[in-house]
Design a protein around this ligand. Structure first.
Ligand code: ATP
Length: 456
């Protein structure tokens, strides 16, 4: 169970082995901002590939697009993000730190903020003498809304009219291209559009490593369907998403569905469910699955005056499709997969740290290891040959046992050892990360063996 794992050990493994680095570290870092190192990039790319494989390549309904981070600010006005994408905040007058009022109330289990207005929250915090989590004083400003979008300027002047935003979700890039996609692909409802890309939110309480950051990557699907079929599709995508996680070896006991209460719903949702993951620091949202209704298309049609309705020939009816949106944070699922895969085992009275990632996700599919430096050149040739097919690593330093452990720690599913028999018999041993068993395989069979094993 992830709840029993030590997040500190997981974070230090990520830093030490080049999965994740603190951003701008030589200048003291930038708080809650992280960079992905060489192994992190490989893992991230493999997660994206696993997502695209199941959500686009093997799915008859979905397409993928890639839209710009910067958009016409009108988009954010119409989508409701300028007026409503905010968190209720209070400032501590003593230590000047800023906090989310709803979280303070919720975390202390003092009451239900669901039905409270901003002034009621202020009153509640005052009456219950809630302390500042930073300095312990009871001296807060009143609660007010704080918009989460990052603002910047386009062009050389810093004028109000040049203000633009970094997108807080990738979804709007899909909605404003709805007509383009319809025209150029000749798709009929139902169909979905996937986008993977960066989003930015000026979060007040970022933290828990890469769980909540201000710059993050999302993998979103906007699925357009007939209104009367929308709840059927909501169920379909909820199950689809859950099964995708399970097929990547996420343990069933580490995930659960959690429905949003009415107050928790974002301004665009009719109903919403999260898939939560049991992180070492507790349950947290992994995948938000929202029924957005026709909120976005209705508003974009009204303001842009472009007709976004589709025509149903069978029913002789024009209508605006409704949208089911599964939205997954790439950084969050990265963290979930690592937490899920991290194991410490006792092997011959030593602790073996192993990342039991799905083989498809592993940064390196195999390590090629010559048993002795005398065998280096032949082993290296094998590495070069197999590198045409897979991302591999070559390692000839240290004892073979140490080299196996190094690969276990970063989740490499196979260690291919080139030994003295290899020269005579044209075979190698393949050691399995999870069972630690070794199998002797003909060199020409190594490629089909790995291909078969990493299949997703
Ligand atoms: P939370 O309540 O955790 O802030 P949210 O409900 O605001 O999340 P959504 O708007 O539903 O999140 O975003 C969809 C997904 O994007 C989330 O389920 C999460 O995986 C990811 N995500 C959202 N905000 C962040 C963030 N600040 N850092 C990393 N991932 C995020």
């Amino acid at each position: 169970m992830c709840a029993k794992k030590d997040i500190k050990k997981i974070v230090s493994l990520c830093k030490a082995r080049g999965f994740v680095y603190a951003n701008s570290e030589i200048y003291g870092g930038l708080s809650n901002t992280w960079d992905y190192g060489p192994l992190g990039v490989l893992l991230k790319n493999n997660i994206k590939a696993a997502f695209l494989k199941k959500f686009v390549q093997e799915n008859e309904y979905n397409l993928q697009i890639d839209t710009a981070i910067l958009m016409n600010p009108k988009v954010w006005e119409v989508s409701g993000h300028i007026s409503q994408f905010s968190d209720p905040l209070i400032d501590c007058r003593s230590c000047k730190t800023r906090h989310r009022a709803d979280k303070l109330i919720k975390e202390l289990n003092l009451g239900n903020f669901d039905d409270m207005s901003l002034s009621e929250m202020s009153e509640f915090i005052k009456n219950n003498k809630i302390k500042c989590p930073n300095c312990g004083n009871v001296d807060f400003t009143s609660v007010r809304n704080f918009n989460l979008m990052f603002k910047t300027f386009q062009g050389i002047t810093e004028d109000k009219k040049d203000e633009i935003y970094l997108r807080p979700e990738t979804a709007q890039g899909i909605f404003v291209n709805f007509l383009n996609i319809l025209r150029t692909t000749r798709r009929k409802i139902p169909f979905g559009v996937v986008q993977i890309g960066k989003s930015f939110r000026n979060e007040i309480t970022p933290g828990n490593f890469i769980f909540r950051t201000r710059e993050f990557e999302q993998m979103e699907l906007e699925f357009f369907c007939k209104p009367k079929e929308s709840f059927k599709w909501l169920e379909y995508w909820k199950n689809f998403c859950k099964n995708w996680l399970l097929s990547l070896k996420i343990f069933p006991q580490n995930i659960r569905f959690k429905d949003h209460s009415e107050k928790e719903l974002s301004h665009y949702s009719k109903v919403a469910t999260d898939i939560e993951f049991l992180f070492p620091f507790g349950w947290g949202e992994l995948w938000g699955i929202a029924h957005r209704g026709s909120f976005d298309l209705t508003n974009h049609q009204r303001v842009s005056k472009k007709k976004l309705e589709v025509f149903d020939e069978k029913e002789n009816l024009e209508y605006l499709p409704e949208v089911i949106e599964p939205s997954l944070g790439l950084d969050r699922v990265f963290l979930a997969l690592i937490c899920n895969a991290y194991e410490e085992e006792n092997v011959k009275e030593e602790t073996r740290v192993v990342l039991k990632l799905h083989k498809f996700l592993a940064p390196f599919k195999a390590a090629v290891l010559p048993l002795s430096k005398k065998l280096s050149s032949k082993a290296y040739n094998l590495f070069l040959l197999l590198s045409k097919k897979f991302q591999l690593v070559y390692d000839e330093t240290g004892s073979i046992g140490k080299r196996y452990r190094r690969q276990d720690e970063i989740g490499t599913p196979f260690c291919i050892t080139y030994d003295f028999d290899s020269e005579k018999e044209n075979t190698v041993t393949i050691r399995d990360r999870d069972t630690m068993k070794q199998t002797r395989v003909k060199i020409e069979e190594v490629e089909p063996y790995i291909t078969d094993e990493i299949c997703f």
